[in-house]
Design a protein around this ligand. Sequence first.
Ligand SMILES: Nc1nc2c(c(=O)[nH]1)N[C@H]1C(S)=C(S)[C@@H](COP(=O)(O)OP(=O)(O)OC[C@H]3O[C@@H](n4cnc5c(=O)[nH]c(N)nc54)[C@H](O)[C@@H]3O)O[C@H]1N2
Ligand SMILES: Nc1nc2c(c(=O)[nH]1)N[C@H]1C(S)=C(S)[C@@H](COP(=O)(O)OP(=O)(O)OC[C@H]3O[C@@H](n4cnc5c(=O)[nH]c(N)nc54)[C@H](O)[C@@H]3O)O[C@H]1N2
Ligand code: SF4
Ligand SMILES: [Mo]
Length: 764
Amino acid sequence: MLRKKANGSTNGSRMARALTGLTGGAIDRRTFLRRSGLTVGGLAGATALGGGMVRKAQAQGAATGATEMIRSVCTHCSVGCTVEAEVQNGVWTGQEPGWDSPFNLGAHCAKGASVREHAHGERRLKYPMKLVNGEWTRVSWQDAINEIGDKMLSIREESGPDSVYWLGSAKHSNEQAYLYRKFAAFWGTNNIDHQARICHSTTVAGVANTWGYGAMTNSYNDIHKSRAIFLIGGNPAEAHPVSMLHILKAKEQNNAPLIVCDPRFTRTAAHADEYVRLRSGTDVALVWGILWHIFENGWEDQEFIRQRVWGMDEIRAEVAKWNPEETERVTGVPGSQLRRVARTMANNRPGTVIWCMGGTQHTNGNNNTRAYCVLQLALGNMGVAGGGTNIFRGHDNVQGATDLGVLMDTLPGYYGLAEGSWKHWARVWQVDHDYLVGRFHDAEIMTKAGIPVSRWIDGVLEDKDNIDQPDNVRAMVLNGHAPNSQTRLTEMKTAMEKLDLLVVVDPYPTVSAVLHDRKDGAYLLPAATQFETYGSVTASNRSLQWREKVFDPLFESKVDHEIIYLFAKKFGFADEMFKNIAVNGDEPLVEDITGEFNRGMWTIGYTGQSPERLRLHMANQHTFDRTTLRANGGPADGDYYGLPWPSWGTAEMGHPGTPNLYDTSMPVAEGGLTFRARFGVERNGENLLAEGSYSVGSEIKDGYPEFTMAMLQSLGWDGDLTAEERASIEAVAGEKTNWKTDLSGGIQRVAIKHGCAPFGNAKA
Ligand SMILES: Nc1nc2c(c(=O)[nH]1)N[C@H]1C(S)=C(S)[C@@H](COP(=O)(O)OP(=O)(O)OC[C@H]3O[C@@H](n4cnc5c(=O)[nH]c(N)nc54)[C@H](O)[C@@H]3O)O[C@H]1N2
Ligand SMILES: Nc1nc2c(c(=O)[nH]1)N[C@H]1C(S)=C(S)[C@@H](COP(=O)(O)OP(=O)(O)OC[C@H]3O[C@@H](n4cnc5c(=O)[nH]c(N)nc54)[C@H](O)[C@@H]3O)O[C@H]1N2
Ligand code: SF4
Ligand SMILES: [Mo]
């Protein structure tokens, strides 16, 4: 369906073109395959031409024998398709899509099928390079780290730690992302960010403030159960091609109508039952216009709203203004079409709402994402299989890098920058809070947001009196982030030239190597790709997958966590930073990094996903149901694939992960949840807690606030804590210790034992 056709024959086939010259006549792939068994000379000739379709590997395989199969995950988008790499004598020679993976079921898109070229690409950076009198010159790693480090230390001395900006990446594994965030903390700045800022940060803010977490609530697979699909501001046929496998399954097997709202008639829209062409930027008006028909006809889910939603009356008053005429005036969409859309969604429940960049990348992106959520709340489509907000993430690990706090406004696990959050992580890291404060310019700046990636340029170019830090940004590190994906390129060029120091850490030179007219003070450090290391990566649906290492780092490239370690060593804080992480040579042990974030990420339940459990899932992909994602038999029986967060408590507790957020039809211990109590218990005298709604098996048969030690005591449940748990809770903050700060996991364990969600049970 994604193949461009011309005159009825496929075009763009390099093989067909290559063979034209070879055989003296047009030949398509099928003809080639038919003939190739006969014409050995033709095959050898095609191989020599380097046509992408013939694998040299097979010819070699016969000679060298053993082919090792290594399981990794595609690095190009958030679907998380499994890549089965074929390795011979340490060389990645071939590739298959993962047939057992419940995500891709043996499918790959063009990007996944060519992922080997990301690793073996001919433009890989081979060794560290430095700009000397306008010429890129080879340097040793040791010299590069020393020179960059000395320069940064002198900038730190003169201008403070905030004058170095650490741009991170959604291409890093979870372990690398976490380590990079921790590294920025030890360096003493919040000037760290990554692609999520310009991708889904508007989703995170809008959605988390609606019901608790800012992530995709269900999964690609769960779309199988949808009775209607409302897709707005996304073009998965091109951006997340393998996800179409799940969308089209619902469309074809459930007869689920597919509604696509996009200003452009896209390749996804080509599959739609109903294509809504709206004026760009008018999503809120469009959704309010749909809600107008829903409220007008009483199609909303009144019982769901009564029990689980606060403030719908205010929405209703606002929506009343968006009658069909006003909506059409703003959006360009006729009222008759929106009435049909509203009726389709009302008649086909549960339906899912899907969105991506068409919703987020706007100045009113938060408003868009909140409006989409409101639509689902009105229809009662939340917390139910087949419903939810299926928010397709972008890069392969943009979900993980966001969760691990590679952001200028949070610490790992969305802990924020308040003193209490810093104290939590200081406890996890086993360093004094005062030590961390001492690393920053001052205690106040430590609790303030840094500069977002979209504005690092201003950090360089603005008059320093206009920026909220002691001095301008003077050194910029682009670690796994390209510059041409950012706006204001001409100003970026100026900023790159004004910097004292520009450092690129990337498998490729990227446009950062050539965008500016610098003559010196710029370095390129070769990072290894994710196929040259191993560790966890979080797909769009919150499942963590474990990549194994396919081959050793090419040339002189180094894995990102080693590069981070080298800088920590140079800056003199490696011993503090790595006190609980084994370091082999200069490479920190990946499993120890996972273990460390497992010990601190209580907020979103990144605590149950130990490397052992994740490896078990990867090895037993075939045991997981392709719709529910639940293992049916096998060693991971009952777990959900990749332990989609929250996987509450410790790994030993064995929580199976949460396949669909806020689903009260299952016990919390088995993956059920309520809406989070984010805003306390009441507002203007109105009850913010859920009313008469609670998850199956809950001993509290109504809404309840977040769990604290004091709450366990007043419920009389603290007796269920073990002595060690109690001691650990006492050591944090006594009865004020809560489900987020308890390092033992005891509060979560006991709440769940009594059928309750650790984060409370409130209204959206
Ligand atoms: N081939 C390829 N695939 C990729 C990527 C890539 O670079 N190349 N990048 C990955 C990443 S990081 C991401 S974030 C995803 C992005 O994936 P998508 O968001 O699905 O793709 P986009 O093309 O960015 O935008 C989606 C649609 O939004 C529409 N749109 C624009 N303005 C509006 C509006 O105001 N309202 C509405 N409703 N729609 C609007 C556009 O017409 C477009 O069709 O793709 C991922 N996959
Ligand atoms: N005009 C326009 N601009 C956009 C968008 C748009 O739709 N239109 N979309 C926006 C969106 S949604 C996004 S997410 C951004 C994407 O922006 P970027 O993420 O900057 O885009 P990429 O070119 O994919 O850059 C990723 C970089 O990471 C490197 N890399 C890959 N693997 C590794 C690794 O293991 N380690 C390290 N250190 N580096 C690695 C790659 O070589 C590459 O240079 O672009 C945004 N910009
Ligand atoms: S859909 Fe995404 S994860 Fe799957 S093969 Fe394509 S780019 Fe890779
Ligand atoms: Mo993105």
